[in-house]
Design a protein around this ligand. Structure first.
Ligand code: FNR
Length: 366
């Protein structure tokens, strides 16, 4: 279908399912074991109801945000995802170019299909990029990557903490495929006796001994702000604040790591209940299941600075850079849905979102 006929994230997903190889779609869409957390991520937003106010002059609306101090035209960013080249030859380069056009922040995966310098060079000078980090058991390799990141002007390190080992993604396991190489981490995915689990084979280098003490080392070597990606409890959110992290991305890895865990939005509610003070100490982001403008507003209303969007951006690569831009900006997708959501909710700035805008099925935080 022509790109301009695509109106929603779901439309992009449908095209991706038809256009991508079975292996690529399985790798992108899959989640751990029974897919319970993946489904719950989507459900969690459906279970929140918005409470619009009326007669508030919503003619002009602003959705721009500062994320870790960096200007973003929207309160959402591209969550890091491995191997974008499977979707399109330009892979992460196309995302970088689209983000440059739209002033949206891209978080680059350690398992990107292109080298870090190529992705940064594809953008415009001064463009904001963050780097997602998987620590290599050969820590010297991680040090080299962090030093490179600093030299290239990367602005923050998102340390993934919810995947010391890869999750069991059976749809990915069941389809064997060609050899894939991440030019960035050097990880190679090849078929083995079990099948072709791209995620599992690529993750072999990840250091599962990583712990809280290592954050000092990551900070020292990179000299950059640290955000923990994959925090799933208020207890760990508190620890992140105590360890001086600049932010936390509440996430369950799109349901791809441990199955039957809580969706990020519930972790955010847990933080409201148990340690609301940390909302003033660090920035909190949410990802997993963000598919509509209403999902974004619900997270912002509960105090998230921004949200991450994962699979939808991979799906949008079916149309290369143009597809990525269409998903971000165009007439009916993310930015446009968010603007409409704000107006229909009676607010004119994303900063006016507040907990009272949501009704939660059991708990009301208003
Ligand atoms: C991911 N994700 C991920 N996260 C990470 O920290 N490093 C990585 O390399 C990857 N790779 C990756 C590949 C693919 C194919 C997917 C779908 C996801 C997780 C990603 O950053 C994010 O947390 C989820 O994708 C968010 O959920 P939604 O938006 O996909 O529902």
């Amino acid at each position: 279908p022509h790109l301009h006929t695509l109106l929603s994230v779901a439309d992009f997903e449908a095209v991706a399912q038809k256009k991508f190889t079975g292996k690529t779609f399985a790798f992108y869409s899959s989640a751990a074991t029974d897919l319970i957390s993946h489904r719950d991520n989507l459900e969690s937003f459906r279970n929140l109801l918005l409470r619009p106010r009326v007669l508030r002059n919503v003619k002009d609306v602003s959705i721009s945000r500062r994320i870790l101090g960096y200007e973003s035209s929207a309160p959402f960013f591209v969550s890091p995802a491995a191997m974008a080249k499977l979707a399109h030859p330009d892979g992460e380069l196309a995302i970088a170019r689209a983000c440059a056009e739209d002033n949206v922040i891209q978080i680059i995966s350690t398992n990107a299909s292109y080298p870090l310098q190529d992705i940064v060079a594809a953008g415009r000078p001064g463009q904001t990029f963050f780097l997602q980090l998987y620590v290599n058991s050969e820590r010297r390799k991680t040090e080299q990557l962090l030093i490179k990141a600093r030299k290239l002007g990367i602005r923050a390190i998102f340390v993934t903490v919810d995947a010391p080992i890869p999750g069991k993604r059976e749809a990915d396991e069941r389809i064997s495929a060609e050899k894939f190489v991440s030019a960035m981490s050097g990880a190679i995915a090849i078929n083995d006796k079990k099948g072709g689990g791209l995620g599992r084979v690529m993750a072999q280098y990840i250091d599962s001994s990583l712990n809280w003490e290592d954050l000092t080392w990551i900070r020292r070597v990179s000299g950059l702000p640290i955000v923990l990606k994959g925090v799933q409890t208020a207890a760990d959110a508190k620890l992140a604040a105590q360890h001086g992290c600049e932010g936390i991305l509440l996430s369950n890895h799109g349901g791809r790591s441990l199955d039957t865990v809580q969706p990020a939005i519930l972790t955010l509610m847990e933080i409201h209940k148990e340690c609301p003070e940390i909302l003033n100490k660090l920035e909190i982001y949410v990802d997993g299941g963000i598919r509509r403008g209403t999902d974004i507003l619900k997270a912002l209303a509960l105090g998230a600075t921004a949200v991450g969007v994962g699979r939808p951006y991979l799906y949008s690569l079916a149309y290369g850079q143009e597809g990525v831009q269409h998903l971000t900006e165009s007439s009916e997708v993310l930015k446009d849905e968010l603007v409409s959501t704000l107006k229909l909710s009676g607010i004119t700035d994303a900063n006016q979102a507040h907990p009272g805008m949501n009704t939660i099925t059991e708990n009301d935080y208003s």
